[in-house]
Design a protein around this ligand. Structure first.
Ligand SMILES: [Zn+2]
Length: 367
């Protein structure tokens, strides 16, 4: 469970409230027929993925599938409210359960749907998907037990006095874990039906919207959050669905699976597209100057980590030792501000695992 405790926090889970009136997301229309479903749950340990819905004249293309059947069903209901056309293609940006857990629900709703991912993602999902999904369900059960106790005792899970921002965050997480526990019996890993390789793989779809041509490009800009991330890019609308290559407000790094040194170039390539909108895997849509700005800020954070940690790792220092003095406080200020929850997440999802991931990646592929 050690690697789980590090990465499970990254695992995104269904937002609360899906069983009530609120669907757990809001819809933002970015261009004709291009809709971002942005999660509204307060920032916390559990996240569900944002979804990009591209409505064409003859079909619908969707990016990312949510975690639970309940969450995916709410998304599908909202898609059907936008268009009677079927979802013909569902893209999984990467293997994590918050982006893939709803795959089987989409297959049930749209029997002809093609589910596309990278070949690397498909390999990793087949090897580790069941284990990680079961791990997350177990972790949700644990939290559904621990969070009510912490809330009643007005303490944090670490035993400190419960601040108001943390209380709000815990309430959101509790609703999310309760939904996972309720859905656990029908959560199952379902892999893609088609893949493209990370290196050199690219799928270009030609569609129309209101009779005018539309291009949808699907490709990997390079390793980053995982070794198998895909993005979806609409060159005419300048809309980019980045998956977890970009998460707002702060970085989301997996010590056991991210590639921080490669991530810098990957983000440079995405910024080079000059998107007008970036739909991140989690968090608010970045738009106008902020779209490229968010990609650059994320890139600069990783560059600052690599500049400090790289010589130290080369000199044989461990990640733990490097973390004692790693200084990324200016990024903490910009990304997390005064919010104690965002600050906590910046440390455990961004700062610390970035160096740990560098250490791991170097052992994986000696240079
Ligand atoms: Zn995610």
């Amino acid at each position: 469970m050690r690697s789980l405790s590090r990465f499970a926090l990254l695992a995104a889970f269904a937002a609360p409230g899906l069983l009530s009136a609120a669907p757990g997301f809001r819809t933002e229309t970015l261009a004709p027929g291009v809709h971002a479903f942005v999660r509204t749950k307060p920032l916390g340990m559990l996240l569900d993925a944002n979804v990009l819905v591209i409505v064409n004249d003859e079909d619908v293309v969707v990016v990312d599938a949510n975690l639970t059947p309940t969450s995916a069903e709410a998304t599908i209901a909202a898609i059907r409210a936008l268009s009677p056309k079927p979802v013909s293609l569902l893209v999984n940006t990467h293997r994590h359960a918050d982006h893939t857990g709803g795959n089987a629900t989409y297959r049930g709703a749209f029997p002809e749907v093609e589910i596309l991912a990278s070949a690397e993602m498909a390999e990793d999902l087949a090897a580790k998907g069941d284990e990680t999904m079961q791990g997350w369900i177990g972790w949700a059960r644990q939290l559904s037990n621990d969070l009510p106790k912490a809330l009643a005792a007005k303490t944090s899970l670490g035993g400190k006095p419960l601040t108001e921002p943390l209380r709000v965050s815990y309430e959101g997480d509790l609703a999310a874990v309760r939904e996972i526990v309720a859905d656990a019996g029908h959560m199952a890993v379902a892999g893609p039906s088609a893949t493209i390789p990370v290196i050199g793989g690219k799928l270009t779809l030609r569609r129309t919207i209101q009779g005018k041509p539309r291009t949808i490009e699907i490709f990997s800009p390079g390793r980053g959050h995982t070794r198998g991330d895909l993005v979806v890019w609409l060159p005419a609308e300048r809309v980019l669905a980045a998956g977890d290559l970009l998460v707002t407000p702060g970085p989301l790094v997996g010590a056991d699976q991210s590639y921080v040194e490669d991530w810098i170039g990957t983000l440079d390539r995405l910024a080079g597209l000059e998107p007008a909108f970036v739909v991140p895997g989690h968090g608010a849509v970045a738009r106008a100057a902020d779209a490229v700005g968010a990609l650059r800020a994320y890139r600069d954070f990783f560059a600052a980590v690599v500049t400090q940690a790289s010589p130290a790792l080369a000199a044989g220092k461990s990640a733990d030792v490097i973390l004692e003095t790693l200084d990324v406080e200016s990024f903490r200020k910009t990304m997390a501000g005064d919010d104690p929850v965002a600050n906590f997440l910046f440390t455990i999802w961004g700062r610390n695992p970035s160096v740990q991931a560098m250490e791991r990646a170097r052992q994986e592929t000696p240079r």
